[in-house]
Write a protein that binds this ligand. Sequence first.
Ligand code: F6R
Length: 610
Amino acid sequence: MCGIVGYIGSKNCVPILVEGLKRLEYRGYDSAGLGILSNGKSTIVKKKGKVSELEKIIDGKNLIASIGIGHTRWATHGLPNEINAHPHPNSDESILVIHNGIIENYRNLKTLLQKQGYEFKSETDTEVLAHLIDSFYKMGNTLFKSVRLALAEVEGTYGIAVLSKNEPDKIIIAKHGSPLVLGLGDKENFIASDINALIGHTTRVVYLEDGEVAEVYNDRFYTKTIQDEEIKKEVFEITMKLDAIDKNGFDTFMLKEIMEQPESVLNSMRGRLLFDEGTAKLGGLEEVIEKLSKAKRFIITACGTSWHSALVGEYMFEQFLRVPTEVEYASEFRYRNPIINSDDAIFFISQSGETADTLAAMKEAKRKGVLCLGICNAVGSTIARESDAGVYIHAGPEIGVASTKAFTSQLVVLALITLLIARKKDLSLIDGQNIVKEFLTIPEKVKKILLLNDQIEKIADEFKHVDNFLYLGRGYNFPVALEGALKLKEISYIHAEGYPAAEMKHGPIALVDENMPVIFIAPKDSTYDKIMSNIEEIKARKGKIIAIASESDDRIDKIVDYTIKVPDTIRMLMPILTVIPLQLLAYHIAIKKGLNVDQPRNLAKSVTVE
Ligand code: F6R
């Protein structure tokens, strides 16, 4: 949610900032802006729409500066227009602020500032920060101190970067709840919401923590808490390469990421399977594995697609570990004073590792002293850093707003965790080895499903004009139905609902007629006969049926309108396969409707506000 970039050094910052904004655009894309300092002057350029719109107006301006900040916005307060775009200046434009997050007490602060004579131009909460910092600056404080004093008055979340033309040798940054990372170069420093914007510039990064403020010069930086205590920061090395955030010849990131899944699922399991012992090896859990295997209850919490993988995790944990498992929306978990026992273990699943609700749920759980485990993709993300232990899914950067490869990698990691704990409990060596063997077949099976792309595209063509879709699955494939429906609605704007197949009789069947396509996820597993009955029920009402079925199933073709066949595997791993046709179907329908699948309307990749 909102992307922040900054540069200070000897190069012209403008192309660096624009390039950084493009790489962060998945965080928000309703407007963009730059603020730069040169020759004792501040300049702001803002534009409604995508970074490419901003770029067009910059091109004609011959802007050159060696210090600047940039922002790509996902609107929280005020319409997405030029006035509400960032940076926001104080009255004489000597101070410029960009902000990601929400200032919750901005109305009170605004009233106080208005009483002091400050005039506001935008509807944003951010503009309050510019004037508040200005009010402290006018009292004779340095910019660094003014930012600290201003933030001490603020309630809410923020990642901010601040410039002043009166102190043109520094950028002040601060974080509380919204991510910020500092990239250290040679006589140049970079600022970004996430490391994607830093790749190719530097491999040395410093993650700011909540309540920290940094004064960043071209050749050094100082960090303090908002309360003025000095802090020493650790420098981390990042290994990500530029091609990881490139479309690599694909038209969209989403298609690239769907097609990458044979490698991404392999990367998630690489070096983590031990055939001889019939188990998994997860370095990140080694220190807590004894406690984890003795947990009396698991809670898995997440949002959106990650919540769907948590639901699959529930089936895995209960089938193999026989430990009661609850799955919670992070946004609900955090506010309802959940009952947590000391022998529980709580997993927090997040691709970005920055989702505000999941992070807040984790903080709440940590307060209660329970074991908190992160399952994240983004290396160095807040949830990954702040959990007691955890596992990276290693799917590589996911840029398309609709999550695809992160989902399948989350499922791999949940299955690895299941195997690891199950072998500590009562899963036999032979059974463990059989699971390991099956794991190893998954990347090839994923590859085989991706060969169905053309067939799925043809099916998409038949259905691109419909207004509603129903997705039905049972057992392990019920969460896949939810995920398939979410993929379709978020990128094609077609209304879609996922249901447990049998639940359909209790209401949704009323919607079914010849205009309602119904997708059944119906591989040959223990629920197959039941789901076949559900298929007959839909057929009797003339619903059009698309089935995701097992390769070995020739009965289903005679009953349904379209079948998409996937290879067989064990139940636990089946969702990794069955979801892929649904990703492709959603993708092709959206593309045929002429929509931007990488940046669907109203969405942003990383939801860092409540
Ligand atoms: C859907 C999607 C979202 C995210 C959700 C959680 O395609 O991407 O529903 O899954 O916002 O995000 P993370 O996993 O980053 O916590």
